[in-house]
Design a protein around this ligand. Structure first.
Ligand code: SAM
Length: 340
């Protein structure tokens, strides 16, 4: 493993190079395990909540992030649970945006509080938003999420567009028998909105309580269904490489994204590290292997110890998750804690 900072060898992309030649420069941060929705594929039950004292404090997060940035992380995504539920989140983002060399801060939200927060998020420095929206039908939204809030979320998305965020992406988890009759309708949004509409394969995260193999739909089938709208042309995207393969329908102003963690996984270009809401450092979403960073931070560990923990986690980043459709893998952690 080589480091690009202080280690001498210049590299094209910043980050620590892991044993499989991937440059690790992207951190996903779960700010809280709390959520105001109960999506049936994510956190269907109330479950045990973390106590406030179990969450990493903002000053701990900032310390960790400064060290990670020093090692080459350049992009941070705030997620959860629902990140907008974390107390005083806008001042935290403002402080985060002041971290030198942190080029890019993004947020994934369910959009329930977006109408209220959009302006503050923009002012704090967020320019790119991912918003989860699995259906365009209000009653179905209620059924999937347990909350009758479709219109509120939609207003939030439109408010974000008015404000002028650089990029708005809608995340749709493709679920057989739940929203698969809406793929065409959802894809059609790209004809009228400059958004990226992304179809994500259902993943076996959270153990048997959440995973239902009969709901899984591979990307090829999703694309096939959408093809009634015309032949999509490959589209390119700028910025640090993401997992989505992008396409454009004829005459569209937005793009279609397909994320295939199971049928065509992107492990060989995975540049991610994750920090869970309770301070566990993970190098793979689908593996329960993790390092207790909170213990290091709270037991007087110096910056060198934190740095060593990050390097060690990257050194053990699995080559790939190796899952095939129908397998549950060894990830039993909840998506809301790990950070989706
Ligand atoms: N509360 C925020 C939200 O709803 O966007 C952020 C957290 S949520 C866990 C992040 C993303 O993970 C969402 O887009 C959600 O759809 C996705 N997700 C959750 N469980 C999933 C699963 N089993 N398979 C695929 N995607 C999943």
């Amino acid at each position: 493993m080589q480091e690009t900072k202080g280690g001498g060898t210049p590299a094209v992309e910043p980050g620590i190079i892991d044993p499989f030649a991937r440059s690790i420069n992207y951190l996903r941060l779960s700010l809280t395990d709390q959520c105001n929705l109960r999506c049936r594929y994510c956190s269907p039950g109330a479950g045990r909540k973390l106590r406030r004292a179990d969450l990493l404090r903002y000053e701990e997060l900032l310390r960790f992030i400064r060290i990670a940035v020093d090692l080459g992380v350049r992009k941070v995504r705030l997620t959860g649970g629902e990140p907008l539920l974390r107390h005083d989140v806008l001042s935290f983002i403002t402080d985060l945006a002041a971290v030198p060399e942190l080029a890019d801060i993004r947020l994934t939200t369910n959009g329930v509080l977006l109408e209220r927060y959009a302006e503050g998020l923009y002012a704090a420095g967020i320019r790119k938003l991912n918003i989860s929206l699995d259906t365009l039908r209000p009653e179905r939204y209620h059924k999937i999420t347990g909350a009758d809030l479709f219109h509120q979320v939609w207003r939030g998305i439109e408010r974000a567009q008015e404000i002028g965020f650089d990029r708005i992406k809608l995340n749709i988890v493709a679920l057989r028998g739940v929203n698969d009759d809406e793929f065409v309708e959802l894809a059609r949004l790209t004809l009228v909105k400059p958004w990226q509409v992304r179809f994500i394969e259902f993943m076996p995260v959270g153990g048997a309580a959440v995973w239902d193999r009969s709901r899984y739909i591979p990307t090829t089938e999703i694309m096939e269904r959408i093809s009634v709208l015309g032949e999509p042309a490959p589209a390119s995207d700028s910025g640090i490489s993401g997992p989505a393969r992008l396409f454009r329908l004829p005459g569209s102003c937005g793009t279609l994204g397909f994320i295939s963690p199971i049928s065509n996984h992107f492990c060989d270009r995975c540049n991610r590290l994750r920090l869970t809401a309770e301070g566990m450092l993970r190098s793979c979403l689908l593996s329960d292997q993790q390092t207790d960073l909170k213990r290091i931070l709270r037991n007087g560990g110096d910056d060198e110890a934190v740095r060593a923990a990050i390097i060690e986690a990257i050194r053990h980043k699995p080559k790939g998750h190796g899952l095939k459709p129908g397998e549950t893998g060894d990830c039993h952690g909840r998506m809301s804690r790990i950070g989706g």
